[in-house]
Design a protein around this ligand. Sequence first.
Ligand SMILES: NC(=O)c1ccc[n+]([C@@H]2O[C@H](COP(=O)([O-])OP(=O)(O)OC[C@H]3O[C@@H](n4cnc5c(N)ncnc54)[C@H](OP(=O)(O)O)[C@@H]3O)[C@@H](O)[C@H]2O)c1
Length: 339
Amino acid sequence: MLNRRFLLSQRPQGLPTEEHVTYTEEPVKALKDGEILIKNDFISLDPAIRGWMDDVPSYLPPIALGDPVRATTIGKVVDSKNSEFKAGDLVLGLNGWEDYSVSTGFVGPNKMGVIEDTFGLPLEYFLSVLGPTGLTAYFGVEDILRPKKDQALVVSAAAGAVGSIVGQIAKIKGAKTIGLAGSEEKCQRLTSRFGFDSAINYHTNNLDAAIKEATPNGVDLYFDNVGGDILDTLLLNMNDFGRIAMCGMISQYNATEPVPGPYNMWQVVVKSLTLQGFLIRDYADRFGEAFESLAHWLNDGLIKHEDHVVVGLEKTLDSFALLFNGGNQGKLTIKVRQD
Ligand SMILES: NC(=O)c1ccc[n+]([C@@H]2O[C@H](COP(=O)([O-])OP(=O)(O)OC[C@H]3O[C@@H](n4cnc5c(N)ncnc54)[C@H](OP(=O)(O)O)[C@@H]3O)[C@@H](O)[C@H]2O)c1
């Protein structure tokens, strides 16, 4: 069996290109005791992958040079030398940009998830609205922002995988939702499809003035996916005792120079703000609760979502860039091969 793979060959400066990520075709390795062989069907393209390519401290070790680029995948166990998994199991876990992954079935102490029942839903849903990005939105809103009726909640990268679900959960909780996105077309989708109260194109507006217009009583809650200038502007618009959920900083993942700011941190003191970072894995023991709520809302038509599925493993590296130039329309996923 031939394995098509993308290996990290050099640490990127800026956006990764073929110079940093090398496409190879090689035979699948023989399994050792304790290992399983997974045939990947879907690969989740997430901004966090860019961070794992750097040799800096993070919540996971950097991807080693020569290893496949790490990613969450869904695939089928096709061979097993591990009694915890059997051929035919549908598994979700950290693998790589490749057709076949050899794994112990564990990442640290955590066993790879086995999808027992797909409930007839498309598999990609388990990487998006019912998977890591949906769950991130759920815990950021439910646990950190905890919106009350009529509170003004702003979310950045609002048309994306996490942001679009954040806005809809906040709406279910009664908040007034304001989404920031990078094009008029995305802003239109935020209000017409995802039910945001208003949307702001952060490229074409004076952001400070636009936020003031959309939130005449100030911003109570901010779900930050981007960091940078947008975070700075929000800090100036927060109400006293406001809360900010720090989910991601995509504006700086490809930075080639030290990142300045945020300049307005003094606002945290003078407004008694709470800024709280979080990782989805912090909530591993509550995934069931989030899954049930999201599935229920999805079934009742209370949340809508978009999956941007690109077919063909060979398109993985080029597609990854879409996350950073705003080209993705919803959760970006690779379907490894046509059925
Ligand atoms: N904490 C966690 O556990 C966790 C889990 C999942 C994701 N995240 C974070 O959540 C954020 C969103 O991830 P996602 O998977 O939902 O991606 P996504 O929003 O579906 O895609 C990324 C979007 O970010 C926007 N963007 C890119 N560069 C930007 C910039 N310089 N300034 C402002 N916006 C920019 C683009 O939208 P526009 O066209 O609107 O610019 C792009 O479409 C990321 O920061 C990610 O790292 C965190």
